[in-house]
Ligand binder design. Structure first.
Ligand SMILES: Nc1ncnc2c1ncn2[C@@H]1O[C@H](COP(=O)(O)OP(=O)(O)O)[C@@H](O)[C@H]1O
Ligand SMILES: Cc1ncc(COP(=O)(O)O)c(C=O)c1O
Ligand SMILES: [Mg+2]
Length: 290
């Protein structure tokens, strides 16, 4: 029997609704991965409500929890680390130390970093020091980086001018060390208005994927976290990076269709759970040849 992969997921937890681990743990479990959730913050709700209560986890807790798992002899079973929303740069550094510790036990372990940087206009609030940490420290350690366009722009220090420019920017992020860059959401002048686009860049090639852009009165939150979690889960289950991208796009689209049908602001993950595992749609990742 094939072994069930184990994944340490280090990101936010919200009591109400879905963002961070609260958007991705259940879907990752549903597709067949054992998830070890380590919550960087516990907030009442995601920050785009404009108000929340709760606390940031003390950064010393991250090595303490990792050591606790090592002490029971389980750390070598960790196949991947995922990091997302960080409460502080100190937490980020503790995660990088944890990744080093895990790779010492299991050299095949993969580290996927979703560089959640905040989006003041959207109301996603992240401490400014976290962006510097992601730009300067995390990018050289991660095996896979999953920025959105705003985050890709921050890595490049400018705004993308075209799809080819997005590709060039993703390639320069790749040159900092990761083996793959997944741009979860592209934005560039001239992009068709009715499409939601993603880009995957590796040393072997580049792939572009389009899916329909759905209309929402208020953009749902947690879509990026759901995307990076499902992508990593499928890679651990044995998909190629391209197959993992195609699966993820289809599964996330199913969640958004259900969310739209329910006129819900929060992602309808429970209602969409069967379709996360067996999406009815398929979107093709098309190689970009230059
Ligand atoms: N098919 C879709 N139709 C409409 N909106 C979408 C679709 N897929 C994702 N979104 C929205 O696009 C945005 C993606 O946000 P972005 O900042 O690029 O990434 P992230 O989710 O990581 O913050 C989110 O507001 C999400 O709700
Ligand atoms: C607590 C928390 N975690 C994570 C996120 C990131 O969500 P998304 O997947 O939309 O990038 C947000 C966005 O506001 C948030 O408030
Ligand atoms: Mg995000």
């Amino acid at each position: 029997m094939k072994r069930t992969p184990h994944l340490l997921a280090i990101q936010s937890h919200v009591v109400f609704g879905h963002a961070g681990n609260s958007a991705s743990v259940f879907p990752m479990q549903r597709v067949g991965v054992n998830v070890w959730p380590l919550n960087t913050v516990q907030f009442s709700n995601h920050t785009q409500y404009g108000q929340w209560t709760g606390d940031v986890l003390a950064s010393e807790q991250i090595p303490a929890l990792v050591e606790g798992i090592a002490a029971i002899g389980e750390l070598g079973n960790c196949d991947a680390v995922l990091s997302g929303y960080l409460g502080s740069a100190a937490q980020g550094r503790a995660i990088l130390a944890g990744v080093t510790r895990i790779k010492a036990c299991n050299p095949k372990a993969i580290y996927l970093c979703d560089p959640v940087m905040g989006h003041p206009e959207k109301g996603c609030i992240v401490a400014p020091e976290v962006s510097d940490f992601l730009l300067e420290e995390a990018a050289c350690v991660a095996d896979i980086m999953c920025p959105n366009q705003l985050e890709l722009d921050s890595f490049s220090g400018r705004k993308a001018q075209s799809l080819l420019d997005c590709l060039a920017m993703a390639r320069s992020l790749l040159a900092r060390g990761p083996k793959a860059v997944l741009v979860k959401h592209l934005a560039y002048p001239g992009k068709p208005q009715d499409s939601f686009e993603m880009l995957l860049v590796t040393a072997d090639g580049s792939w572009h994927l389009r899916r329909p852009l759905l209309a929402f009165p208020r953009q749902p939150v947690g879509v990026g976290d759901l995307t990076s979690g499902l992508f990593l889960a499928r890679v651990l289950l044995g998909d190629s990076l391209v197959a993992a991208l195609e699966f993820t796009a289809a599964a996330v689209h199913e969640v958004l269709l259900e969310t739209q049908a329910c006129a819900s602001y929060e992602l309808e993950l429970v209602r969409a759970q069967d379709r996360i595992v067996h999406p009815r749609v398929r979107f093709e990742a098309v190689p970009i040849t230059l």
